[in-house]
Design a protein around this ligand. Structure first.
Ligand code: ZN
Length: 153
């Protein structure tokens, strides 16, 4: 192989070095290629970070602990998505009629994972612990529509 290795190839190698088609060539390449060597080390560190116990605890990440960069970025993205979704959806939850009229599945701005999480959270909160006003009729159908539109993107 004359070119560099992309992340997919490097990850395949890390997943199962023995199954990698030309393991020797890759190992030789990363020894001398700074760029591929750095990518491999980054992936190795990231993979390792996913196996640590605290990696998936968001409250932990919001504190002073220093999480791995990729995990921190993911956590920040989720928080931002949730805030944006709350701003978009909360006004529609005031009345079942407002929710129905909004037809959110048809609105491109609503097609985010954050909106799906927000609706699901509201729905589950009411169904399980009867917290807050009941979910508007059609909420499950809207969630399904949004999930399907997310899949298509
Ligand atoms: Zn390279």
């Amino acid at each position: 192989m004359s070119g560099h290795y992309d992340e997919t190839a490097l990850q395949d190698y890390l997943d199962d070095p023995d199954a990698f088609p030309d393991r020797a060539a890759l190992e030789q390449h990363v020894e001398t290629c700074q760029s591929c060597g750095a990518s491999l080390e980054e992936l190795r560190a990231f993979n390792l970070s996913l196996t640590t116990e605290t990696a998936w605890e968001l409250p932990e990440l919001a504190g002073d602990a220093e999480p791995p960069e990729a995990i921190r970025m993911l956590a920040e993205m989720l928080v931002a998505e949730d805030a944006e979704a709350e701003e978009l959806v909360r006004p529609l939850l005031g009345s079942p009629a407002a929710f129905r009229r909004a037809n959110i599945t048809a609105m491109p701005a609503m097609r985010t994972a954050g909106v799906v999480r927000f609706l699901a959270g509201r729905y589950v909160a009411f169904q399980l612990i009867r917290a807050g006003p009941p979910p508007p009729p059609g909420m499950v159908a809207e969630m399904e529509g949004l999930v399907n539109s997310l899949r298509l993107q």
